[in-house]
Ligand binder design. Structure first.
Ligand SMILES: Nc1ncnc2c1ncn2[C@@H]1O[C@H](COP(=O)(O)OP(=O)(O)OP(=O)(O)O)[C@@H](O)[C@H]1O
Length: 223
């Protein structure tokens, strides 16, 4: 059987000492689907994402944990290497990928900046490089942990449009962790809410205004 191109978890549990920070998470994301994960601070969002990225050896799925092999992760800070050019940051570890790296940089709007150093770029541009670095690997699954959290509001809106376009072209499964209800509604096909390590709500984004109101309610924000 071909490997599943999205995510499946069943009863995913992560404990710190005796406390279950992930407390039986069942999650499915289909190939090409864009899912946002909302939750209050401390609800376990980053813990779940780390587990899905294979970065947490302690996670315990007494059921199943299936993720594709080719996973890319984007974080809130771009994590570029300061001593490598923009292009080298994109293709680092990939042989013979310069041309693809250039194409990826063009896709994120940075054609001509290949030889720049990371510190010559704005925060938004650095996140564009981080996106190019992810996409050049043609991931089946893109995990993003508040990738736009440190950007100003206008840059964030531009990055939303860019990410949507890139995902429509490349069609990875996406799990985007965010604090921002409006960001989730603008970007995702489906939104999940995590509370104390459990998924407590799910919304398919069909009527954005109604979905937004229900999500705020699920998050305990009264409007
Ligand atoms: N290394 C650790 N040791 C002990 N507890 C931890 C550790 N890492 C995370 N936790 C705890 O797990 C819980 C979930 O943390 P996590 O970072 O996943 O939350 P989050 O929803 O991503 O929060 P935020 O939105 O603030 O980033 C928190 O209560 C946190 O204190």
């Amino acid at each position: 059987m071909a490997p599943y191109a999205g995510i499946v978890t069943r009863n995913l549990v992560r404990r710190y000492d005796d406390r279950a920070v992930l407390d039986g998470v069942d999650l499915e994301i289909a190939a090409g689907e864009f899912v946002a994960l909302l939750g209050r601070s401390g609800s376990g969002k980053s813990t779940l994402l780390r587990a899905l990225a294979g970065l947490d050896p302690e996670v315990d799925g007494s059921g199943e944990l299936v993720v594709p092999e080719n996973v890319s992760v984007v974080f809130q800070d771009s994590r570029l290497l300061p001593w490598a050019t923009v292009l080298d940051n994109v293709v680092l570890g990939l042989r013979g990928a310069e041309e693809k790296g250039r194409q990826s940089l063009a896709e994120v709007g940075l054609a001509g900046r290949e030889k720049a150093w990371p510190n010559e770029l704005s925060g938004g541009e650095q996140q564009r490089v981080a996106l190019a670095r992810s996409l050049v690997r043609e991931p089946e699954l893109l995990l993003a942990d508040e990738p736009f959290g440190a950007l100003d509001a206008l840059t964030r809106l531009k990055m939303h449009a860019l990410l949507r376009t890139l995902c429509e072209v490349h069609r990875p499964a996406v799990l985007l962790v965010t604090h921002d209800v409006d960001e989730a509604v603008a970007l995702a096909d489906r939104i999940l809410v995590l509370e104390d390590g459990r998924l407590i709500a799910e919304e398919v984004v069909d009527e954005p205004a109604a979905v937004r109101a229900r999500l705020l309610d699920a998050l305990g924000v009264s409007v």
